[in-house]
Design a binder for this molecule. Structure first.
Ligand code: ASP
Length: 302
């Protein structure tokens, strides 16, 4: 059990296969565990110095977006049209404020744009060209789509003739945190599923499905096959289970059980409850993850 004033961070690097060659396309040596560990350490340091849960999840998510190992920001998977389309969302458990963007093609860090939607617009979700226009108004520079594409993802696309679109993107990223003041926040960012139709939106930018945070319940970030995740509103489902008295670990396991049993969905979740205890569950072979233990040490697992 975490001490009430000890902050907590948990980060995921996407539900997928163990060697990840079948999902993210990056091959067995993709250093996913190291990447989530670095992001969790940086966010933990921010929390330790008294930073907010919202700042911590945004920091972790932006670091993971910049890490080409993950299917978010730079390194994202390609659509059936051969370009990158990014989705991201975040939620502040103190205010229930949320911001999200979808189908963004020209922003390096969509989580920062989602934060601008939360803090500097009257809206919650802005998509596609409207999101690009809003980014420019906010002073977020245009970032060429080609610069989001790494050679491995381009090669995977070029070899994809006759390949079926994946249902689990592999390498989606998410972060959940609780700060010293007991506030929680969650963030999620993804390139979506490989060879998705342009304009397809998954769970990641959908509040209640990909992301949810409420100080009275928990902070949750989901990953996996977006369509089934939306149908069970997985993040809110897991948060509600914590609110009903389950531990974060139990709530995560029950949420993933329901995802599998009711809609045959594949995926995973990370949770931080109001006490700061983390929880994880996934029904895919692996989900890279990192979290702070009660003493502030960062632990990692695949
Ligand atoms: N949930 C993401 C989506 O459906 C993909 C993933 O997490 O693997 O867009």
């Amino acid at each position: 059990m975490n001490h009430p004033s000890t902050p907590a961070i948990a980060v995921h690097g996407g539900a997928g296969s163990l060697d990840d060659s079948g999902t993210s396309g990056l091959g067995p040596d993709a250093p996913r565990e190291a990447g989530v560990g670095r992001a969790a350490s940086a966010a933990w340091e921010l929390l330790r110095r008294g930073g907010s849960a919202l700042d911590a999840v945004v920091l972790a998510a932006s670091l993971l977006e910049d890490d080409p190992t993950f299917n978010a920001g730079t390194g994202a998977t390609l659509t059936s049209a051969g370009h990158v389309e990014l989705d991201a969302s975040l939620m502040d458990g103190a205010t229930l404020g949320a911001g999200a963007v979808a189908c963004v093609k020209d922003v390096k860090n969509p989580i920062l744009l989602a934060r601008a939607v939360l803090e500097r617009s009257p809206h919650l979700l802005i998509v596609a060209d409207g999101a690009s226009a809003f980014a420019r108004e906010m002073g977020i520079p245009a970032w060429p789509n080609e610069r989001l594409v790494i050679p491995q993802q381009r090669a995977r696309f070029d070899a994809s003739a006759g390949v079926k679109p994946t249902t689990v993107g592999g390498g989606t990223i998410g972060a959940v945190a609780r700060d010293r003041n007991g506030h929680v926040a969650a963030a999620t960012s993804t390139g979506g599923t490989f060879l998705k139709r342009p304009g397809r939106v998954g769970d990641s930018p959908i509040i209640g499905a990909g992301t949810y945070a409420d100080d009275r319940l928990a902070a949750v970030s989901s990953t996996g096959h977006g369509e089934p995740i939306i149908r069970v509103t997985l993040a809110r489902l897991v948060a509600d289970l914590v609110g009903a008295g389950r531990s974060p670990g139990e709530a995560a396991a029950e949420g993933i059980r329901i995802l599998g049993a009711r809609v045959a969905g594949q995926g995973g979740v990370i949770v931080v409850g109001p006490s700061g205890d983390p929880g994880f569950a996934f029904n895919t072979p692996a989900m890279a993850r990192a979290w702070s233990d009660g003493s502030g040490n960062i632990r990692t697992a695949l």
